[in-house]
Design a protein around this ligand. Structure first.
Ligand code: AHR
Length: 307
């Protein structure tokens, strides 16, 4: 195999700065802010030129951004797809233009996996299962129904689909665990609050909230407190991400359990970009390592939390 100094297998001319086009989902959550920073910092450290676009949670904007990257002839395109479906045409355009694509954070449901080089990110089904397992363990001796409300992420997004599926699969082992209401809160704090208000109005007997991310849980906590209830006690709360604000709420006992979803994908992405440019083979799936936190564990981890 060729060493970088020999440059024999490099697709980019030696000494040329690599240009990376990145189409981000938006700025909907604390997780996303940390993810964007990780990508920007890592691109800088790697010496790449980063063309960054924010799609404001709209697929049409992401498609436009990808087409513009193709026109600008960037070396590599990376993106975090807002939703799972509807990417085949634009991915085919990138392939035809000879520009490799890397998926980060979220997957696409395209049948043709040659449309992208690799997918770097979490296993969202596994995250949903971890959330469900904690609940199954907590209520293993329940003799009455446990009423669960669910705040889903962006409709059609991989994390919303998968976190729902993983959770449902695991809680099905206990028929007392019942999802009585489930609605999207679009991964935002404002929508989480609004939908939780509606849940509280419609149901007087909510035992558990499962929020697909911390921001929605934090919005819901405001609604729960405004209704004169104690989050974490009157309503048990589970969320996903483990960003600083979520971990703070967990350390205060307002969130009972958080499943970590790691946003710091920048370094792995830049490694993959370099490998692709160098014409090296890369793994088609790179899964991020993650853990979980109870309130106690959140208290311990908080001081050294990076994001
Ligand atoms: O795709 C990852 C999800 O997107 C995060 O869990 C959520 O906070 C973000 O908006």
């Amino acid at each position: 195999s060729a060493s970088p100094s020999a440059g024999a297998s490099s697709e980019a001319p030696a000494g040329k700065t690599i240009t990376l086009g990145f189409a981000q989902v938006g700025a909907e959550s604390g997780w996303r802010t940390a993810n964007t920073k990780s990508i920007q910092d890592s691109a800088k450290n790697a010496g790449f030129e980063l063309k960054f676009s924010d799609a404001q949670q709209k697929q049409e904007n992401q498609i436009k951004a990808i087409r513009s990257f193709i026109q600008q002839k960037v070396d590599v395109i990376a993106f975090s797809p807002v939703v799972e479906s509807g990417w085949d045409t634009v991915l085919k355009e990138a392939k035809d233009a000879g520009i490799p694509v890397i998926l980060t954070d979220r997957a696409v449901d395209s049948k043709d996996t040659t449309l992208y080089k690799t997918f770097i990110g979490s296993d969202f089904v596994e995250e949903g299962k971890k959330a469900g397992q904690w609940l199954v363990d907590k209520y293993k001796d329940a003799s009455e129904d446990v009423n669960i409300v669910e705040l889903q992420g962006t409709t059609g997004s991989a994390p919303a689909n998968d976190r729902k599926a993983g959770f449902q699969e695991v809680i099905a082992s206990n028929p007392h665990l019942k999802i009585i209401a489930s609605q999207t809160g679009d991964f935002t704090r404002a929508k989480g609050k609004e939908v939780m208000q509606a849940f509280l109005k419609a149901h007087k007997d909510i035992d558990v909230l499962y929020a697909h991310n911390d921001d929605m849980a934090l919005g819901a906590i405001q609604a729960i407190e405004a209704a004169g209830l104690k989050p974490g006690e009157d309503i048990v709360i589970i969320s996903v991400d483990a960003v600083k604000d979520g971990m703070t709420a967990a350390s205060e006992g307002k969130i009972n359990f958080i499943v970590e979803c790691n946003p710091l994908l920048g370094p792995q992405l830049m490694e993959a970009v370099q490998a692709v440019v160098d014409g090296k083979e890369i793994e088609p799936r790179i899964v991020t390592k993650e853990t979980t936190f109870t309130s106690e564990q959140a208290k311990e981890a908080l001081p050294s939390r990076e994001y």
